[in-house]
Each structure stands twice: as structure tokens, then as C-alpha cells.
Design a protein around this ligand. Structure first.
Ligand SMILES: [Zn+2]
Length: 458
């Protein structure tokens, strides 16, 4: 006897739910204490646990009357969209040629993030940022819960991009995108430290007290004065550069000279200080951190290579204010006290020389290794990228692999009630999207055409 259409639909939807359950189990397995992706364990759990809680509800909904199947399928599509925001980033770890770079960049992000987290204490968010490769030309950080890109499904099923953004925001993992082109040039991985600086400011609530310090110092309490207005407008980007120096020392400053180099007179993007100011900020930070010789080397490079650029603002006062202000959110500590920058630089410098001279490499942490690559490239780009076997970047990655500390990066589990709360909030987003009236045929055709040619409206 042939099953009814209603029954076929029920069995089909149940199978789709089971498929997703098996997928979550797969990721939790490779993210287990001995799994291949054990470093990502808490992040995989923080994402999949709340989503998996929705599967029982969806399995029940699969038995609903056949008229409701469109809504159930829409919820399954929406759940895949939320999961896929993270899955596509985790899946990159399965690409053998990208794996070492991503693991190093991810460990680098954690080494930049962990000292601030430790100072902030147990109330701070605990999941490390997830680093991935992106099709952009510049790196970016998306704080916990900022979706990116156009996720509209041309069929109108599932979540629209604004709804996806809200739903992803319920999950506690932020992401850092680095351009694919950095796979070919490891020294630029220093930008991960800059992106972590943005996240530290947002996640730990440091931006507001630092803004207040600027208003006091430059405006005498008035945010409208010209100097206060200027520094407030560039504070986030300026602090991200300062954070890069705290975490990676002169390697960051020297890589920035190359990374940020554009034509003199090119427009400065909103929110950024002009290039000369950015370089000057990093030199000032090196001085504050007791690395005056290196600060001088950065200034000399700027004076010789950036002579055509417009005159600077004085960055010294701002830098000292940002790095030396005690912050309640860091238990009264200052940003300058978070990292032993000078000590790390000594290790990175030794490593850079060993890389360039093909000597045995001393033990290295992810941050000193990336800083060392930046220093080595800056000192001798030809030798750094010389065609030899093994190349210097290949040696650096192999060294990272040999000394990598295995295991989850953040051990603190989320409070038991949290996944239920997150699941409830996500169910609400899925239900709202499932109950949205289907688009008219003409609108659906337009959406499909735009999805195939996303620039058609630009
Ligand atoms: Zn930035």
C-alpha cells in the first residue's frame, strides 16, 4: 500500500531533523577532549548545544498536520542558516593547505585575548573568537552575534539576513575574518591582534571608560571640543592598533608600515586615524612600553618612507592616556600592564634571527612566532621569501605545529540555564520567519535574480 502524501512529508521532515542531529554529533565528536578540533571544543559546544535543543521540537513538529510542513521546513532551513554561519568557518579547518595557518591565527587570537579576559575576571564572556578566512581585502572582527553577508534565500524560506543577524547574536562566539591572501604572507597575520583589540574593547566594555578619559583629558569634560571630538571619532581603531603593539611589540608596528601603506593623499576611511598617525601611535606605544630603540626605528622608517604624507597630529598624549589609565573592568589594571611586551620582543627577535640565519629555532609561542615572522620580513624581505626548501614561512608553521599546546582554549563552561535561554530566543526568530507570508511569485523571481547577480542593484 502506498503511503499518503501527509505521511511521506512527516517521514521526510523527521529524516532532515535526524540528519542535522547526526551532524551536530559529528562536530561535537571532533571537538571532544581527544578530537581533531579539541582546541575549538568550548566554541563548538557553545554553538551546537542551544541549536541541538531545538531538534526535539522540530522532530515533534514533523508530526504536525501536513498543512504545517512549510512552516516546519522553514524552521529547519533557518536553523541551517544559523549553524552554517559558524559551520562554514569551522569547515575551513578541514582544508589541509589552510589548516596550519588557521590554527596558528586562532591560537594567536587566543594569546592576544586571554590576558584581558583573565584581568576581567569570571563575569567576562569566555569563548575565544573564531578566526576564519574571508573574501575581503582587509581583516575585520564581528563581535558576538554580528552576521555578515547577504543570506537571503531566494525561495523566501528560512531567515532574511536581518533576521539571521539577530539569531546569530544569541550565540556567544565572535568571529575574526582574515583575507585569504594572507595565506601567502604570514607577517600580515599580525592584524589578528588588531582585531582582537576591537573585541576586547567591546566584549569587556572598555570603550566607554576610555572615551570618558578622552573627554576629560582633551575636552576638560566637554566632548564637543575639536581635540576630544577627533580622538573620540578614531578611538576604536587607534586602540586596536595600540593593542596590536601590546600583544606583538615592534613586529606589529613594522608590519603596519607595509600593511597600511597607501598613496599619499588617499582618503582615510571613516573611523581610522590617517596612516602617519597610526604609525606614530605604534611608535609612541613602544616608548610607553620601554622599547625606545624600536620606537625610534619605526619613526625613522616613517620619516623616510612616508615623507610625502601630511603632517601628524600629536599622538603621544592620547597613547599614554589609553595605555596608562587604570580600568575598573580590568580589575583596576591598565592596558599597558596586560602583556610583558618587552620580554616577548626579546624572544621574537631571537626567533627572527634564527629564521633568517637558518639556525635551530628556540621554543616559541604563537604570538612570538608571528611577531618574529613580521620582524624577519621587515629586516630582509628577499631572504624571508627566498625560494628554498624549506621556506622560512614553512619552517615557522612546522615549528608552530611541533610546539602547539593542545586542548580547549577556554575551559569555563557556560552556566547550565544559558543554552535553554538561547534556544528559546532562536526558536522565536525561526517561528517569526516561518509565519511570514510567502513572497508573491514576482517578488520571489526578483529575489532569485538578485541572488544570482548580487551586484545588480549596486
Ligand atoms: Zn580595525
Amino acid at each position: 500500500m502506498t503511503a499518503s502524501r501527509a505521511r511521506r512529508k512527516q517521514i521526510e521532515l523527521a529524516a532532515k531533523v535526524t540528519g542535522l542531529r547526526a551532524e551536530f554529533a559529528y562536530w561535537q565528536e571532533i571537538g571532544s577532549a581527544t578530537g581533531e578540533l579539541r582546541e575549538y571544543r568550548t566554541r563548538i559546544l557553545a554553538i551546537t548545544r542551544p541549536l541541538a535543543l531545538l531538534l526535539d521540537r522540530l522532530a515533534q513538529a514533523a508530526d504536525d498536520p501536513v498543512e504545517d510542513w512549510v512552516a516546519t521546513e522553514s524552521r529547519i532551513v533557518g536553523l541551517h542558516q544559523i549553524w552554517d554561519y559558524f559551520r562554514e568557518k569551522l569547515t575551513l579547518r578541514h582544508l589541509s593547505f589552510a589548516r596550519e595557518f588557521l590554527d596558528l591565527a586562532d591560537d594567536l587570537a587566543w594569546s592576544c585575548y586571554a590576558p584581558a579576559l583573565a584581568a576581567a575576571g569570571p563575569a567576562a564572556p569566555v569563548e575565544p573568537p573564531l578566526v576564519h578566512l574571508a573574501r575581503t581585502g582587509i581583516p575585520f572582527a564581528l563581535p558576538r552575534g554580528w552576521a555578515f553577508g547577504n543570506a537571503v534565500d531566494p525561495s523566501g524560506s528560512g531567515l532574511r539576513s536581518d533576521e539571521l543577524r539577530e539569531a546569530v547574536r544569541e550565540l556567544p562566539v565572535s568571529v575574526i575574518g582574515v583575507p585569504w591572501l594572507q595565506l601567502g604572507h604570514l607577517p600580515e597575520a599580525v592584524v589578528v591582534a588588531h582585531e582582537v583589540g576591537h573585541l576586547v574593547l567591546d566584549d569587556l566594555g572598555l570603550a566607554d571608560p576610555l572615551r570618558a578619559a578622552v573627554v576629560n583629558e582633551f575636552g576638560g569634560g566637554n566632548p564637543q571640543g575639536a581635540a576630544a571630538r577627533y580622538w573620540l571619532s578614531v578611538l576604536h581603531e587607534a586602540c586596536a592598533d595600540l593593542y596590536g603593539v601590546l600583544a606583538l611589540g615592534p613586529g606589529y608596528a613594522l608590519a603596519l608600515c607595509d600593511f597600511a601603506a597607501t598613496r599619499p593623499g588617499a582618503a582615510t576611511p571613516a573611523g581610522y586615524p590617517p596612516i602617519p598617525d597610526r604609525i606614530s601611535l605604534t611608535a609612541d606605544a613602544l616608548t610607553v612600553l620601554g622599547l625606545s630603540d624600536q620606537a625610534e626605528a619605526v619613526r625613522t622608517r616613517w620619516q623616510t618612507e612616508f615623507a610625502d604624507y601630511p603632517a601628524l597630529k600629536n599622538t603621544t598624549r592620547f597613547t599614554a592616556l589609553m595605555l596608562n589609565s587604570p580600568l575598573d573592568r580590568l580589575g583596576g589594571r591598565t592596558l599597558a600592564s596586560l602583556f610583558p611586551t618587552a620580554e616577548h620582543h626579546t624572544a621574537a627577535d631571537r626567533l627572527a634571527r634564527a629564521l633568517l640565519d637558518h639556525q635551530p629555532l628556540p621554543q616559541a609561542t604563537p604570538d612570538t612566532l608571528v611577531a618574529a615572522c613580521a620582524l624577519a620580513f621587515s629586516r630582509s624581505p628577499e631572504r624571508y621569501h627566498a625560494q628554498q626548501s624549506p621556506t622560512i614561512p614553512a619552517r615557522a608553521l612546522k615549528h608552530f605545529r611541533a610546539h602547539r599546546q593542545r586542548g580547549p582554549r577556554a575551559e569555563t563552561p557556560l552556566p547550565p540555564a544559558t543554552p535553554q535561554d538561547q534556544a528559546e530566543a532562536i526558536w522565536h526568530h525561526l517561528t517569526r520567519a516561518a509565519n511570514r507570508p510567502a513572497p508573491a511569485a514576482a517578488d520571489a523571481a526578483d529575489a532569485a535574480a538578485n541572488a544570482e547577480n548580487p551586484r545588480s542593484e549596486a
